[in-house]
Write a new protein. Structure first.
Length: 166
């Protein structure tokens, strides 16, 4: 392949390009734009990934901040409820103390035996301890008998109060 270079001020020059030179020039002319496109794509992808990671980090930080605010609000609400429940518990304890005092005065004024109502000890919690279900089944007839006797005593007391009031 021959190239003719024309110069207006002097003689023209002819450049002859060989086969290997054509291959190198063709590879350079085709490879340069392709490699530039590939490099710009690679830089664009890296920049896009970096921006996506930054946006994701910002989003994660925003979510973490929102969660922290929600937890702080929940802690404040829990503290407020705890204070409210503490006040209610204190009020209940004062009422129970008053009821104990009234109960003591009533037992003294009614002339009940000293051991029948003991307001100085803590009340019992729960029911009787049973080692098995069979022990509970054995107690049922005894409890039925006591219930029957108490209901009869209550009926007699009602009849007496009605009879003596009239």
């Amino acid at each position: 392949m021959k190239f003719i270079l024309i110069n207006n001020e002097g003689p023209s020059k002819t450049v002859e390009i060989g086969r290997w030179t054509r291959v190198v020039v063709s590879a350079f002319l085709i490879g340069l734009p392709v490699s530039l496109a590939g490099l710009s794509y690679e830089f664009g992808v890296k920049k896009g990934v970096a921006e996506a990671e930054a946006a994701e980090g910002t989003l994660a930080a925003e979510e973490a901040r929102e969660r922290a605010e929600a937890l702080a609000n929940m802690a404040v609400e829990a503290e407020r409820r705890l204070e409210s429940m503490t006040l209610l518990l204190a009020e209940l304890q004062s009422r129970v103390t008053r009821l104990d005092a009234v109960g003591m005065n009533l037992t003294q004024s009614a002339g009940l035996e000293p051991g029948e109502f003991d307001f100085n000890t803590a009340p019992a919690l729960g029911g009787p301890l049973m080692s098995s279900q069979e022990d509970a089944r054995e107690l049922i007839p005894a409890l039925e008998g006591e219930l029957f006797a108490l209901s009869n005593a209550l009926m007699i007391a009602r009849c007496n109060s009605i009879f003596f009031q009239s």
